[in-house]
Design a protein around this ligand. Structure first.
Ligand code: IMP
Length: 198
């Protein structure tokens, strides 16, 4: 089946492509069909933002669409950065500044700094409007470690591992991540609806 991934984030696109690689899914991106829209993520939940992205793009293209809204929730910060994960450090945000801001916020907070990555995917088509939730629990480490992945990966050590997401090979992250867990549920759903028989 053809599935449009409504994202302009090259890091997410490469992970989703890799995770879905062995399935009979023709995954295309907005860039592949020359769509350049900026969708304002003004929802108050991951789910609302994922729905907004998927619905907007499906209405525009009529191609079955998935959108991912994701982020990091730190327990002692009451779930922050949460839905503001991408712009945590303000208007001039980037991955390094977001990581620096997070470490600054945690500097005097008691350890361990428990956290989880969350991924909410909305599948929107003529006959589907489904939400798939994935999480990955772990801890925030004291300084950035590793070069793989993106975003907060250098600061996040998943439970059961001594290495951060950015130190682990990307194949390992893609078997345990929040995004993998949400996509597994999408896969189960598509199988149950007979949409993956090629
Ligand atoms: P979104 O585009 O609003 O979903 O923002 C996602 C933001 O959450 C990214 O910019 C990252 O800061 C963070 N994030 C989401 N998933 C990951 C991940 O797998 N690794 C590291 N950071 C992530």
């Amino acid at each position: 089946m053809k599935l449009l991934f409504a994202s302009n984030n090259p890091d997410k696109i490469s992970e989703v492509k890799e995770i879905l690689r062995d399935l009979p899914i023709d995954l295309i991106t907005l860039q592949d069909i020359n769509i350049d829209v900026k969708i304002i993520e003004d929802g108050s939940t991951f789910e609302a933002n994922a729905r907004k992205k998927a619905t907007t793009i499906f209405e525009l293209t009529k191609i079955p669409t998935i959108a991912d809204d994701s982020g990091l929730e730190v327990e002692i910060l009451e779930g922050k950065p949460g839905i503001n994960s991408s712009n945590y450090s303000g208007e001039e945000h980037n991955y390094d500044k977001n990581n620096a801001k997070l470490l600054e916020e945690l500097i005097r907070k008691p350890k361990p700094h428990r956290a989880r990555f969350v991924c909410v995917i909305n599948l929107k088509s003529e006959d589907d409007d489904e939400i798939f939730f994935g999480e990955c629990k772990g801890e925030i480490v004291d300084e950035p470690r590793g070069k793989n992945g993106f975003g907060y990966d250098p600061l996040f050590k998943p439970d059961g591992y001594d290495l951060t997401f950015a130190e682990l090979p990307i194949e390992v992250k893609n078997k345990i991540s929040h995004r993998y867990n949400a996509l597994e549920k999408l896969k189960e759903y598509l199988i149950s609806k007979n949409k993956l028989s090629s």
